[in-house]
Design a protein around this ligand. Structure first.
Ligand SMILES: *Cc1c(COP(=O)(O)O)cnc(C)c1O
Length: 383
């Protein structure tokens, strides 16, 4: 082994999550597996085949380079959709490879139509509309012009989807804004309806919307964080637990992150541990060095704060997290030795370190913590 830590991905947890999501959205809604950000840190090459095994065949990414990654591992029956960045040259690649993509401005629309004409192949377009998020999307005022362009170029595209994205459906503070977005979306849809131009699929929902705004579940849902077993926020979890009156969490984390003890040693009372003077041993201590630091995705803000599991016990990070190591206090673990398993995220015996607790300690969102785990740490599939 030439790595200082590794990640395990649980197939049975994924299966459970998809089963729960399927129950929520029903049998007729396509679940698009959102796998941007290296599948939220889980690895595109791991999640695509796993999603396919669980009956999914639609994938959403941010950019063309991510779409290319998916194309290399997906079955030919599955579809990929680019929701964000696409250069002019990449539009040609997308059309040639049947990759679906968002259009949200005139430049991209014109380029897509021009390229489709040149290639004599239809572009698979999702029209994104601006309902209040103010990131990307066509404004309502532009509809007449958009409609004319689409009607004049009917044979050069398929209208795969009419879509929008919510500005924080996971937080109750945004309730009014989300309701307004839903009604704006309907206004756009009715406009297309009046002009006899209907999308194959309507889609608006991300995980939080699926969980808390059932009316946003349309022909397709774009599910990211929930498929990996995380609630988008504590309030979405509360809402669902109550509604489903379940005693067991229906979402289960896929990921565990593990390393091994590199060195065990003793430190005398009165010595500082690690760089600088942030930790002073006030008695004789036993410490362990773990070969995972901030360059490996273990945030420096966890200095003197983080916790890991060794021999079934929760132990504290002491001193500063360095680029490649952290030091933990193992004074209370009698037989600890080099090579012992260290759990950074996950379970050991009956103890557990959740991504959320890890995130709270380091002041990050689950999303951020996950996507910051470096792509080069090996990931293994487990049962
Ligand atoms: C990331 C993203 C999603 C998925 O969001 P989750 O909260 O992870 O489910 C859906 N739609 C768009 C446009 C996105 O960018």
């Amino acid at each position: 082994m030439f790595h200082t830590s590794h990640i395990e991905i649980s197939k049975s947890a994924y299966k459970k999550n998809i089963k729960y999501l399927r129950k929520l959205v029903g049998d007729h809604t396509v679940i698009s597996s959102v796998i941007k950000g290296n599948a939220y840190g889980h690895g595109v090459e791991n999640i695509v085949p796993l999603a396919e095994e669980n009956g999914l065949s639609h994938f959403s990414v941010f950019s063309a380079s991510e779409a290319l990654q998916v194309c290399k591992v997906k079955s030919h029956k599955s579809d990929v959709m680019i929701m964000g960045l696409l250069d002019d040259e990449e539009i040609e690649w997308a059309i040639v490879n049947d990759v679906e993509f968002y259009v949200f401005d005139t430049e991209r629309l014109d380029k897509a139509i021009e390229t489709a004409k040149k290639l004599n192949k239809r572009a698979r377009l999702h029209i994104e509309v601006e309902t209040g998020f103010h990131r990307t999307g066509f404004h309502y005022n532009y509809m007449p012009e958009l409609l004319e362009k689409l009607k004049n170029n009917f044979e050069h595209f398929t209208f795969e989807g009419l879509c929008t994205h919510f500005a924080g459906a996971e937080s109750i503070a945004n309730y009014v804004r989300i309701r307004e977005q839903i009604s704006q979306y309907r206004k756009f849809y009715r406009y297309f309806q009046r002009h006899d131009l209907l999308p194959l699929r309507k889609h608006t929902a991300c995980s939080a919307a699926v969980l808390t705004y059932p009316t946003t579940i349309m022909d397709l849902v774009r599910v990211g964080i929930a498929q990996y077993g995380f609630w988008p926020s504590p309030e979405t979890q509360m809402f669902r637990f109550r509604k489903d009156t379940q005693d067991e969490n229906p979402l289960r984390r896929l990921i565990s992150w593990k390393s091994r003890v590199m060195v065990v040693k003793e430190v005398e009372a009165g010595e500082f541990i690690g760089y600088g003077s942030s930790y002073l041993a006030n008695k004789k201590m036993k410490i362990a060095i773990v070969p995972v630091g901030y360059s490996n995705g273990f945030s420096r803000s966890l200095s003197n704060m983080g916790r890991v599991l060794i021999r079934g016990k929760r132990v504290s990070v002491i001193g500063t997290v360095t680029m490649n190591t952290m030091t933990v206090n193992v004074s209370d673990i009698p037989n600890v030795e080099r090579g012992d398993e260290v759990v950074i995220i996950g379970k050991q015996n009956r103890m557990n370190i959740s991504v959320a607790s890890f995130s709270e300690m380091s002041n990050q969102l689950n999303y951020q913590t996950l996507t910051r785990i470096p792509a080069d740490i090996p990931r293994y599939m487990v049962k």
